[in-house]
Design a protein. Structure first.
Ligand SMILES: CC/C=C\C/C=C\C/C=C\C/C=C\C/C=C\C/C=C\CCC(=O)SCCNC(=O)CCNC(=O)[C@H](O)C(C)(C)COP(=O)(O)OP(=O)(O)OC[C@H]1O[C@@H](n2cnc3c(N)ncnc32)[C@H](O)[C@@H]1OP(=O)(O)O
Ligand SMILES: CCCCCCCCCCCCCCCCCC(=O)OC[C@@H](O)COP(=O)(O)O
Length: 377
């Protein structure tokens, strides 16, 4: 047991995992590219194929979390709502505090069979991340500049596109718009005070425009809002590097299903509804801090083998050729070829480190960080 734990912290293992992710990812991106001619002929078939291809990429990160690090994801939700998860499309509203909250979200998606089709209102910068960003282009992910004047038209258009999507999907909204930091919290609470809204202790003040427009444009397509609140046990601060090192975390997610009919249509009422929701989410976090659990029963679906099987498939396919290639290189005796290979591998490692950096809060954006935004309002 100890040996496996040590093995998981070894650089060689990390390099192999990253190599498999990158090479399989680029191959899948190329397959996605091949579906382009199919779009004008049979758009729905092209979308379904892309869901499967997307699954093959994102499930590798799920496998890393569930099987490599052994992280436990516990779902607090009522059994009646739970029976509907995966059988309908929904808008998911989730707090944005953790570096791996996207992996936890994906893991829950995987357990309910909607991982391939899952969607998000994501910042535009993520569309440039190799493999994941390129995959998202084919999955019709909605990107925004986080500038309402610039975003309005494009976001509405992208949301309307999803109205005839052939698979059930969950559309994720981090209404806070950026990850929680003390500084961002302080500034957003000054905005709350100016607006006469109650202060939040665990959340940033939600931005309401994206939520209102999503509800408006997906009404009739999605059946409910899944209000989701995530926390990690024992004040864990999980990171992607921790997961890669095989560190086990304990995620707890509280989900309430709110039928879409209960959400007001009019924009200002919808915004007020969202502010109220965040006040409730703050209370759930307070409850969690006090008691170490969320209210209500635990209805956790077990992990499924598919993410692991997909991962093993890619490992088997790609690791043997890698070792053969390395062996050939060493045996070739050409110093310049060996040096070039090392330089190439180093450049790829720097690229991977940059990708991991995208998940790190301390390297996060300045959005919500500038006092100047206060003066504008
Ligand atoms: C059972 C299952 C349950 C759960 C499973 C969980 C999840 C699984 C689901 C799906 C998984 C899918 C994918 C996951 C994988 C990866 C994705 C991970 C992450 C990517 C996410 C991101 O990139 S987050 C960043 C981008 N997204 C957003 O920003 C969305 C939220 N933002 C908005 O909606 C915005 O409104 C906007 C972006 C549309 C427009 O931005 P803008 O800044 O222009 O916003 P506003 O016009 O709203 O802002 C102006 C108003 O805000 C007030 N203001 C000013 N300063 C502040 C401040 N510091 N804090 C708060 N508010 C501020 C200002 O006063 C304006 O007020 P108004 O009254 O005029 O509105
Ligand atoms: C098997 C897998 C091996 C993995 C090896 C390494 C692969 C690296 C993968 C990188 C994945 C990058 C996907 C990024 C998703 C991050 C989502 C996120 O959390 O974005 C932050 C924004 O919401 C807000 O940004 P800020 O304004 O807080 O700034």
């Amino acid at each position: 047991m100890g040996i496996i734990k040590v093995l998981k912290t070894q650089l060689l293992c990390h390099l192999i995992i990253c190599y498999v992710f990158l090479v399989s990812g680029v191959l899948i991106n190329l397959l996605q590219l091949c579906t382009l001619p199919l779009w004008p002929i049979n758009k729905q078939l092209a979308r379904k194929i892309n869901c499967r291809l997307g699954y093959s990429i994102s499930s590798q990160l799920v496998a890393l979390l569930e099987w490599w690090s052994g992280t436990e994801c516990t779902l607090y939700t009522d059994p009646e709502s739970c029976s509907l998860y995966g059988t309908e499309s929904a808008i998911v509203v989730l707090n944005h505090n953790f570096e791996i909250d996207f992996m936890t979200g994906w893991t829950i998606c995987e357990r309910f069979g909607v991982l391939g089709s899952s969607k998000v209102l994501a910042k535009k910068e993520l569309s440039f991340v190799p493999v994941i960003g390129w995959m998202w282009y084919f999955l019709e992910i909605v990107f925004c500049n986080r500038n309402w004047e610039v975003d309005r038209k494009k976001v509405v258009e992208s949301l309307r596109n999803l109205r005839d999507y052939p698979e059930h999907f969950w559309f994720l909204l981090h209404c806070e718009g950026t990850r929680f930091t003390e500084k961002k919290h302080k500034i957003s609470m000054e905005v709350a005070e100016k607006k006469g809204l109650p202060k939040l202790k665990y959340h940033l003040l939600p931005r309401t425009k994206g939520f209102s427009i999503t509800v408006q444009n997906l009404r009739g397509k999605v059946s409910a809002v899944y209000d989701s609140t995530l926390n990690f046990r024992n004040n864990e601060t999980p990171t992607l590097l921790g997961v890669l090192n095989g560190k086990k975390y304990h995620a707890d997610m509280y989900v309430r299903r709110i039928p879409l009919d209960l959400i007001p249509e009019e924009e200002s009422e919808c915004a007020a509804w969202l502010h109220k929701l965040y006040q409730e989410k703050d209370e759930f976090q307070e409850h969690y801090t006090r008691t170490g659990r969320f209210p209500g029963p635990i209805t956790s679906p077990p992990r499924r083998p598919w993410a692991l099987l997909n991962w093993l498939f890619w490992v088997c396919l790609l690791v043997y050729p890698l070792f053969r290639l390395l062996l050939q290189l060493v045996l070739s005796g050409s110093i310049s070829t060996v040096i070039c290979t090392f330089v190439f591998c180093f450049a790829v490692s720097v690229g991977i480190r940059w990708m991991i950096g995208q998940t790190e809060i301390e390297k996060g954006s300045n959005y919500g960080n500038k006092e100047v935004q206060l003066n504008n309002n």
